[in-house]
Design a protein around this ligand. Structure first.
Ligand code: PHE
Length: 449
C-alpha cells in the first residue's frame, strides 16, 4: 500500500508541527469570538476542562493509533479492526476536514486582505467606527473575500505539494516562536488600556449563571477544534512520528501551548473590546474589527499590523496544511494517487465549497439552514458535532477495543518518563470520562433530552 513513509526529522520538528496544526485561527479568531458570545469566564473554564481532562487523553489516543499503524485515518482503523465498522470515524474525519478547510480558508483569506490593508494604511481611516465599517464593507463585498479565499487555497496547494518534511516542518520551526513573541508584545500593550480590568474580568471571572447546555456544547466544540482533534488529523501526523517520540509529553506540550495562545489572544482582545466600547458578542467579525483599532494606537502601527497579519496567515496555513493532509494521505494510501493528484483534488473541492462560504456574508447570506448561513453551518456541524463524535469513537476504540499492550508500549516507549499509573489514568479517561462527558454534553446541548 505505502512505500516508505516520510518522517519528521527532529523532535523540535514534531512539536512545532503539531503545535502548528493546533495553533491557528481557532485560537486567535475563534476562541475570542466564541468566548465573547458565550459570556467569557465560564466558557474559558469549561474549555480548559475539555482541553486537559478530555482533550489530552484523546490526543494520546490519536497518536497511539497513528504511530502504531503508520497509516492514514481510514487505513489505520482497517488495520487495527478489520471488517469492523470503526473505520466510520475515518469518513467522518474526511468530511469534517473538508468542511473546516472550506470555511477556514475564508477567514484565512481575510488575513490576506488585512496584510494588504496594513500595507496601504487602512485607506487612511483612523477612527474605531470607520475601521469597523470597513470590515463589514469588505466581508459583504463578495468578489474580494472570494478572491482571497481562492488565493489562500492556491498557496495552501503550493506548500502541500512540496511534501511533508520540507514544506511543513521548516515553516513551523521559524514561525511558531515568532508568533509567541509578537503576541506577548500585544498583550502588554492591551494590559495598559483604560478598560483592561473590565476586559480581564470578563475573560477570567466565571459567571456560572451564564452556563447553559449550549455554552457547554460550544466550549466542547472549541476544545476539539483548537486541538485539531477528532477528525484523524493527529492520527495522520503521528503516522509520520518516529518510534522514540514521547506521545504523552507531546500531547501535554501541544495542549498547553495551544491554550496559552488562546488566552493571550483573549488578553489582547477583551481589554480593547471594552476600551473601544464594542460588543463582546459580535461574533466572527469581532477580532477583525478590533485588531486594527488596537494597532492604530501603537507607534509604528503599520509595521505591527503587517507583521501580525503575516504571522496569523502563516499560523492559518500550518493548520490548513494539517487538515488537508488527512485527505491527501487517504487518497495516496488508499487509491494510489500521486501526491500532486491528491492535492489537486483536495484543493478543487475546497475551492468550490470555500467560494460558497466566502459569499455567505454577502450575496448568499440568504442561503440558510436552521437560521445558519453556509459558513456558520459548516463551522457548527464540524466543530460541535463531527469532531466530538469522532473523538468519542476514538476514545472508546482505544479505551475498550485496542489491545492494551499496544497502548502501553506506545505510551511508555523509550525514555518517555511515563509511569504505568499514568497509562492507567489515560486509559480510564478514554474508557469512562471522555465518552460520558461528550455524551452528556450532546444530550443536553443538542436538546435531545
Ligand atoms: N486547530 C486549528 C486551529 O485552531 C484548526 C484545525 C482544526 C486544524 C482541525 C486541523 C484540524 O486553528
Amino acid at each position: 500500500m505505502t512505500e516508505k513513509r516520510a518522517q519528521f526529522t527532529t523532535r523540535l520538528g514534531v512539536i512545532a508541527t503539531t503545535v502548528g496544526s493546533a495553533v491557528g485561527l481557532g485560537n486567535i479568531w475563534r476562541f475570542p469570538f466564541e468566548a465573547g458570545v458565550h459570556g467569557g469566564g465560564a466558557f474559558l473554564l469549561i474549555d480548559l476542562f475539555f482541553i486537559f481532562i478530555i482533550g489530552v487523553p484523546v490526543v494520546c489516543a490519536e497518536f497511539i493509533i497513528g504511530r502504531h499503524t503508520g497509516l492514514n485515518v481510514r487505513g489505520a482503523f482497517r488495520a487495527l479492526a478489520p471488517g469492523k465498522p470503526w473505520g466510520i470515524v475515518g469518513y467522518l474525519g474526511l468530511l469534517a476536514s473538508i468542511l473546516i478547510l472550506s470555511f477556514y480558508s475564508v477567514v484565512a483569506g481575510w488575513t490576506l486582505e488585512y496584510i494588504y490593508q496594513s500595507l496601504t494604511g487602512f485607506g487612511g481611516i483612523s477612527s474605531v467606527d470607520g475601521l469597523h465599517d470597513r470590515f463589514d464593507g469588505f466581508a459583504t463585498s463578495d468578489w474580494r473575500p472570494l478572491m482571497w479565499t481562492l488565493i489562500f487555497l492556491a498557496l495552501n496547494y503550493i506548500v502541500l505539494s512540496r511534501g511533508v518534511q520540507k514544506g511543513i516542518e521548516k515553516m513551523s520551526n521559524i514561525m511558531m516562536p515568532l508568533l509567541f513573541v509578537i503576541l506577548v508584545v500585544f498583550c502588554i500593550n492591551s494590559l495598559r488600556m483604560p478598560a483592561a480590568g473590565e476586559g480581564l474580568t470578563f475573560l477570567f471571572k466565571p459567571d456560572f449563571s451564564k452556563v447553559t447546555p449550549s455554552v457547554m456544547l460550544g466550549a466542547m466544540g472549541q476544545a476539539f477544534f483548537s486541538l485539531s482533534l477528532g477528525l484523524g488529523c493527529l492520527i495522520t501526523y503521528s503516522s509520520y512520528f518516529k518510534k522514540d517520540t514521547p506521545l504523552l509529553k507531546t500531547a501535554g506540550i501541544m495542549a498547553s501551548l495551544d491554550t496559552l495562545v488562546a488566552i493571550l489572544a483573549g488578553v489582547i482582545i477583551f481589554p480593547a473590546v471594552f476600551t473601544f466600547g464594542m460588543e463582546p458578542a459580535a461574533g466572527p467579525k469581532l477580532v477583525f474589527e478590533i485588531l486594527p483599532s488596537i494597532f492604530m494606537h501603537l507607534p509604528g502601527s503599520m509595521l505591527w499590523s503587517t507583521l501580525f497579519f503575516i504571522l496569523l496567515f502563516l499560523a492559518s496555513l500550518s493548520s490548513t496544511i494539517s487538515m488537508s493532509e488527512i485527505t491527501i494521505a487517504y487518497m495516496t494510501d488508499e487509491f494510489g494517487y500521486s501526491r500532486r493528484k491528491a492535492t489537486i483534488c483536495n484543493t478543487a473541492v475546497a475551492m468550490v465549497l470555500g467560494a460558497v462560504c466566502a459569499l455567505s456574508f454577502g450575496a448568499l447570506s440568504g442561503w440558510t439552514v436552521c437560521g445558519l448561513t453556509v459558513f456558520n453551518l459548516f463551522d457548527y456541524l464540524s466543530s460541535n458535532i463531527l469532531l466530538p463524535v469522532g473523538g468519542m469513537i476514538i476514545s472508546i476504540f482505544v479505551g475498550w477495543v485496542l489491545d492494551k499492550s499496544i497502548v502501553r508500549r506506545e505510551l511508555i516507549g523509550k525514555d518517555s518518563g511515563v509511569r504505568p499509573w499514568m497509562v492507567t489514568v489515560v486509559v480510564a479517561c478514554l474508557r469512562y470520562v471522555a465518552p460520558a462527558c461528550i455524551g452528556l454534553v450532546f444530550i443536553y446541548g443538542l436538546g435531545i433530552f
